[in-house]
Design a protein around this ligand. Structure first.
Ligand SMILES: Cc1cc2nc3c(=O)[nH]c(=O)nc-3n(C[C@H](O)[C@H](O)[C@H](O)COP(=O)(O)OP(=O)(O)OC[C@H]3O[C@@H](n4cnc5c(N)ncnc54)[C@H](O)[C@@H]3O)c2cc1C
Ligand code: SF4
Length: 506
């Protein structure tokens, strides 16, 4: 008799290239999916994320059944206490002899699963996640023996390996990176096109109701839920981006805009991260858009670098350094997270806009996450673990493999330069240069001390002053430290004293 297997599909593994599914046998194996409250709530996840995943799971489950597979689906109202409990129950019910699944994206779950075979008393095959463009073994090989793991060099190898934007082995246009052309600030240069709306279907509306009842205290305004929950709708959303927003994506990639949470960004991280879109497909589509003359090389390269470079690189860094990576804290930052991170009630306009859209929609673009919220947390010395937990909770696209290196490494420099060559610390002048928030703000980005002064300014110098001993070991910080050193002692004392007052009020 043929052995019957259970195949567990996690909420962020919703595609047929999932290696466990690719080998599944219709009519023989049982596919298992579970909506587990513990997984949805081990941090206070944004309700947009929970709805996206549960609704996408339910839609994918229909596809699974339509392809002739038996399915054991545990709903939220079945109140399964954990994924392990769901897997165990399905194994018992079906009499399966083996459990198979694609490896999870988080260290926490991965180490929990190490004990499953003993617990269930049968073999558990955790297969390598082949949905990424760089395997962990390849990343480790690339990293091995290198003193510094700079993304740029990794990215060049990935371009060659996947034959993207190449001309006989060389980068098209003669350069690997067009980042310098992608930093234009926002001065209302052009209209921002409205995003096509996806009205939630019946299944999604039901999930919205259940999630609203089950997670009353989580962030997320579900009246604004407009995310795709199927492969087709996610592909349509991405196609809209390629046709309408991509030509302006590069130019305004770093822009901060009062009027739009999304600007010209693609809004696809949440789909890539749960399997509704595939990374190579989106990169190839964008390369073709450039080859067809639809967008500039800077726009196409800027986009492909994010997906092929950054996304794969942060995953490699995560698995290379976990679990120790989560303990790092270069600047011994321990200040508790201010309450306004959960309410968005702050009079710093840039921060208020970024926080409220993060809480309400589960989305903020990269510069908001890095240079507005992350920069504030870095300058104010907010507790690294609390900040990372907040990022993991609020964003629809947040999974620890991608959130942790970005937050602890890139935004907070807690990894002492594994990710970034210097801390991404900036004063209010940077935020003013990149956008139009300051015009709506009660603070003045030109002032450093006093009631009207932009808080980012004195906090910036406070950060430089209090960490000068750590920062002086970084050659890229030399100029700024020199500027600070040269200032008159009473001027420095006034700035540091003012920042101290602000920090006390936090
Ligand atoms: C502090 C901080 C925390 C972050 N947390 C997450 C997270 O939990 N999940 C997540 O997917 N991204 C995270 N990012 C990366 C990035 O901000 C988001 O991927 C991006 O804002 C998603 O919006 P978009 O799809 O419109 O991206 P676009 O700007 O349109 O970029 C296209 C795609 O490139 C990829 N990408 C871009 N930058 C990065 C990056 N630094 N790391 C990994 N992928 C990248 C994403 O898949 C994204 O969809 C974080 C960045 C910072 C600074
Ligand atoms: S003045 Fe400062 S706090 Fe206000 S929006 Fe500008 S940078 Fe942000």
């Amino acid at each position: 008799m043929t052995d019957h297997h259970c195949i567990l599909v996690l909420a962020d593994q919703l595609d047929w290239s999932n290696p466990a599914l690719a080998e599944a046998r219709p009519g023989i194996d049982t596919i298992v999916m579970a909506e587990v409250a513990e997984e949805a709530n081990y941090v206070r996840h944004n309700r947009h994320k929970i709805v996206l995943l549960f609704s996408a799971m339910r839609h994918f489950a229909e596809d699974i059944q339509a392809r002739g597979f038996s399915l054991r689906y545990f709903y939220l109202h079945d109140k399964l206490p954990s994924l392990a409990a769901a897997a165990h129950q399905a194994l018992r019910e079906t009499g399966a002899t083996r459990l198979r699944l694609c490896s999870p994206g988080e260290y926490r779950l991965s180490s929990e699963m190490d004990a499953w075979a003993d617990r269930f008393g049968l073999p558990v095959d955790v297969l390598e996640d082949t949905r990424f463009l760089c395997s962990l073994a390849e990343f480790n090989r690339w990293a091995s023996g290198k003193k510094q793991l700079r993304m740029e060099y990794f990215y060049r190898e990935m371009r060659k390996r996947h034959q993207l934007l190449l001309d006989q082995g060389d980068p098209v246009g003669g350069r690997w990176n067009y980042d310098a052309e992608n930093r234009v600030g926002w001065r209302n240069q052009q209209p921002i096109p409205p995003r096509p709306d996806i009205a939630p279907d019946k299944m999604t509306r039901e999930v919205i109701e259940e999630v609203t009842r089950a997670f009353p205290d989580n962030p997320g305004d579900l009246s604004q839920f407009r995310l795709a929950v199927t492969h087709e709708d996610a592909a349509d959303q991405f196609e809209w981006f390629c046709q309408v927003a991509l030509p302006s994506f590069g130019t305004f990639q770093d822009a901060l805009v009062e009027e739009s949470p999304w600007v010209f960004h693609s809004l696809i991280s949440m789909y890539l991260n749960c399997g509704l879109l595939a990374p190579l497909v989106v990169c190839q589509r964008v390369e073709n858009a450039w080859r067809d003359g639809h967008c500039s090389l800077a726009a196409a390269e800027g986009f492909i670098r994010q997906v092929l470079g950054w996304r794969e690189y942060v995953r490699g860094i995560y698995w290379l350094h976990m679990p120790e990576y989560a303990q790092r804290n270069t600047f011994s930052a321990t200040r508790p997270l201010p309450e306004f991170f959960w309410t968005a009630k702050t009079d710093l306009r840039c921060l208020q806009v970024a926080l409220s859209q993060s809480l309400d929609l589960g989305y903020a673009h990269h510069i908001q996450r890095l240079m507005v919220i992350g920069n504030f947390a870095l300058l104010a010395g907010l507790d690294v673990k609390a900040v990372c937990e907040w990022y993991l909770a609020v964003y629809v696209d947040a999974y620890e493999w991608v959130e942790l290196p970005n937050t602890a490494g890139m935004a907070l420099y807690a990894d002492h330069g594994t990710m970034a060559s210097k801390p991404y610390a900036a004063s209010g002048k940077y935020i003013q240069k990149q956008g139009n928030h300051c015009k709506q703000c009660r603070y003045n980005p030109g002032k450093v001390t006093g009631e009207e002064a932009c808080p980012y300014n004195s906090l910036y110098w406070h950060f430089i002053d209090r960490h000068k001993d750590v920062l002086k070991t970084n050659a890229r910080m030399g100029l700024i430290l020199g500027n600070w050193r040269k200032r008159a002692a009473d001027e420095k004392a006034a700035i540091v004293g003012w920042a101290d007052e602000l920090l006390t009020k936090l």
